[in-house]
Design a protein around this ligand. Structure first.
Ligand SMILES: [Zn+2]
Length: 215
């Protein structure tokens, strides 16, 4: 995909897709994409070195091995995750954060070390190339539980699946949608999109890719 920069507007020449700057958030979208969603995946990368604004540390518990960088989230998302954690706790569900924001540099290190250890084919299978990880947006977070075993049908994963949308989050890589998201099912990875969109996606069993195409 060829990228051409023309006065702040990045045009992806071969596909007719483009990125616009809107309140400091680069939005990459095709003709049908709703303009306020940041869709980041293998085919929609962030500009090199993109750093989100308004990163803060939410008042939630992270696992001990989380780095200071990955404890950060966009400020709006930080409020939403605090609400989610406290409501869950009222219902006897205890979450822990593992990883939220990851910088371009961090992703580059992770990617390059995987290429070194396992080769480029394996690396591409399991690690997002720098600029294509949703974690670089500051809008998503990975969670776990006290057993550090956050798989389908644990009470925490079930609660998250059923309630995340009420706080503005979606399960970003749902089961049975691997062909669309190009990612394996990840019950622990939630992405903030706001309550209205999250409910719409939840009620219609969509992915962010599908939602973006339909609007
Ligand atoms: Zn994740």
């Amino acid at each position: 995909m060829k990228k051409i920069m023309i006065s702040g507007i990045l045009i992806l020449a071969t596909t007719g897709m483009f990125i616009m700057k809107d309140q400091g958030i680069p939005l990459e979208m095709n003709k049908n994409t709703k303009s306020n969603i940041m869709l980041v995946n293998k085919n929609n990368s962030l500009p090199d070195g993109y750093v989100p604004k308004d990163l803060v540390k939410p008042n939630i518990k992270f696992i001990d091995s989380s780095t200071e960088e990955e404890k950060q989230l966009n400020a709006t998302v930080a409020n939403a995750i605090e609400d989610l954690f406290s409501k869950a706790k009222e219902e006897g569900i205890i979450f822990l954060g593992t990883s939220a924001y990851r910088s371009y540099e961090t992703q580059k290190e992770v990617y390059q070390s995987r290429v070194k250890s396992q080769g480029i084919i394996k690396a591409n299978q399991y690690v997002a190339k720098p600029g294509t990880s949703e974690h670089q947006t500051g809008l998503c977070i990975d969670l776990t539980n006290k057993d550090r075993w956050f798989v389908e049908a644990t009470k925490e994963a079930t609660w998250l699946k059923e309630n995340a949308h009420e706080f503005g989050f979606i399960i970003r890589y749902p089961k049975s949608k691997e062909a669309i998201t190009q990612k394996e099912y990840e019950p622990w990875h939630i992405r903030y999109v706001g309550k209205d969109i999250a409910s719409d996606i939840y009620n219609n069993n969509l992915t962010l890719e599908e939602y973006s195409q339909e609007k």
